[in-house]
Design a protein around this ligand. Structure first.
Ligand SMILES: [Zn+2]
Length: 83
């Protein structure tokens, strides 16, 4: 197990002030150097436990809305470029 990677994973989660999927604000950061969990306003929960990669306990319910907004921006950019 790469101890540095584990520490950086936890630091990365600790630094999150917004949901990485939808941008909702972080509500609760909890944990220590062994494991860390972040709960976001949208209800998503991301965590690191032991030597596992960063993962989620509860997925972001807004991720499809984010994907749809991304597609809409692409469509708008194409429409402007076609003018
Ligand atoms: Zn979210």
């Amino acid at each position: 197990m790469n101890k540095r990677l584990k520490a950086v994973r936890i630091d990365t989660l600790r630094d999150q002030s917004n949901c990485p999927a939808c941008g909702a604000a972080a509500r609760v950061h909890s944990g220590d150097q062994a494991s860390f969990t972040v709960l976001f306003q949208c209800g998503s929960v991301f965590d690191v436990r032991g030597g596992t990669p960063i993962s989620y306990l509860t997925p972001c319910p807004g991720s499809s809305a984010v994907a749809a907004a991304h597609l809409e921006r692409q469509a708008e950019a194409k429409a402007i470029a076609a003018n």
